[in-house]
Design a protein around this ligand. Structure first.
Ligand SMILES: Nc1nc2c(ncn2[C@@H]2O[C@H](COP(=O)(O)OP(=O)(O)O)[C@@H](O)[C@H]2O)c(=O)[nH]1
Ligand SMILES: [Mg+2]
Length: 368
């Protein structure tokens, strides 16, 4: 419930790691795990990558214990990506149980960390990823750590693609966001900071490239990038950036400082929006209930006039009220967990307004 947000007791921060394949998400989780262990504050870790072969940390909840990704591929005749996506979908059907476990541990841990599948789009563009993100974010202060492979993003065009991707995730989740420039042991992220702070220096870098790529007229790509970088300039404002090395441990302290700031942002910006959405949803539900009730009563009236000839009160009116009261119990049955309204908490889908689209899991198209 909404009141939980203002509980006296401090809730754990949830850190969701997101990033391109090979950016170092898993290594980063291992590093922050080691850092927190050293501080005698072991985190609670969820591994959501069904295809990882070796985890460098002990996950408290591991998707691989719930679904066998190889079996899923075989059974549904899927390729690797379809297999990972389907495994994640199947796991999401159990996410209510995961949340219950997290709630149980909430008083004893300070950090909950999510490691996501290698391929970024499996988490960021799937219904499961959105359900998981929104479910944790409506229960705990949640922060997205967007991991960037710094050495591999030093070309201006690659840098901008990566930033646009980050930008789209920020607007989709609306959660506090930390750009984590990883692998700074190989290359410093100073160039990135400079490009983000000084628009002209990025344009210069682009122009330099252009001279290398094609001498003469401005290419389509670079004119597109020029205008896109103006959009990004807005996105950079107020964004938290840290440079880290998941291998050496550099910058991890700064990362946790950024998490603290992001937590405040969550309380200040996300929670009010969450409450607003909850109130709106309650209002919609109330109106819907009232309308259905009115319609049903009207039907009953018509029906009564038509056929009720017996003495006294029409017993069918009571029948109707009974059904209305029993309805909540019906929901407790054999439900489809993938429908977020069954998550057992005020589920607010902030990323896909209006509240549509997740629906019945059985209607999902099979990936493949
Ligand atoms: N040099 C260096 N290599 C890293 C760092 N972090 C990760 N790597 C390497 O990057 C590769 C991909 O890392 P992984 O954590 O599996 O990436 P994921 O797919 O995002 O989970 C591995 O070979 C890691 O050893 C880092 O900070 N510095
Ligand atoms: Mg990984």
């Amino acid at each position: 419930m909404a009141e939980n947000m203002t509980n006296e007791q401090r809730k754990p921060s949830v850190i969701i790691t997101i990033g391109m394949a090979g950016s170092g998400k898993t290594t980063f989780v291992q590093r922050i795990n080691a850092h927190l262990h050293a501080q005698q504050k072991p985190p609670y870790i969820l591994n959501l990558d069904p295809a990882v072969t070796q985890l460098p940390f002990d996950a408290n909840i591991d998707i691989r214990d719930t679904v066998d990704y190889a079996q899923v591929m075989k059974q549904y005749k899927l390729g690797p990506n379809g297999g990972i996506l389907t495994a994640l979908n199947l796991f999401t059907t159990k996410f209510e149980q995961v949340l219950a476990l997290l709630e149980k541990r909430a008083s004893t841990v300070e950090n909950i960390i999510l490691d996501t599948p290698g391929q970024i789009e499996i988490f960021t563009w799937s219904a499961s990823g959105a359900i998981i993100t929104d479910a944790v974010a409506s229960s705990f202060p949640t922060v997205v750590a967007y991991i960037i492979d710094t050495p591999r993003t030093s070309a201006p065009a690659t840098f901008m693609s990566n930033m646009l991707y980050a930008c789209s995730i920020l607007y989709k989740t609306r959660l506090p966001f930390i750009l984590v420039f990883n692998k700074t042991d190989v290359q410093s992220h100073d160039f990135a900071l400079e490009w983000m702070e000084d628009f002209e220096s990025f344009q210069e870098a682009l122009a330099d490239r252009e001279r290398l790529d094609a001498d003469g007229e401005q290419t389509y790509m670079s004119s597109l990038m020029n205008s896109m970088s103006l959009v990004l300039d807005e996105f950079y404002k107020g964004l938290k950036c840290v440079g880290v090395s998941a291998v050496t441990g550099a910058g991890i302290k700064e990362f946790f400082t950024a998490v603290e700031e992001a937590r405040e942002e969550y309380e200040k910006e996300y929670v009010p929006e969450l409450k607003r959405m909850m109130a709106e949803r309650e209002k919609t539900l109330e109106t819907f209930k009232q309308e259905s009730l009115n319609a049903a009563m009207k039907d009953l009236e018509v029906d009564k006039k038509k056929t009720w000839t017996g003495p006294g009160k029409d017993p069918r009116a009571d029948q109707f009220m009974d059904v209305e009261e029993e309805n909540p119990d019906d929901d407790d049955g054999d439900e489809t967990y993938l429908d977020p309204t069954h998550l057992g908490r005020p589920y607010i889908n902030l990323s896909q307004q209006p509240q549509k689209g997740y629906g019945d899991a059985s209607k999902w198209p099979r990936p493949g």
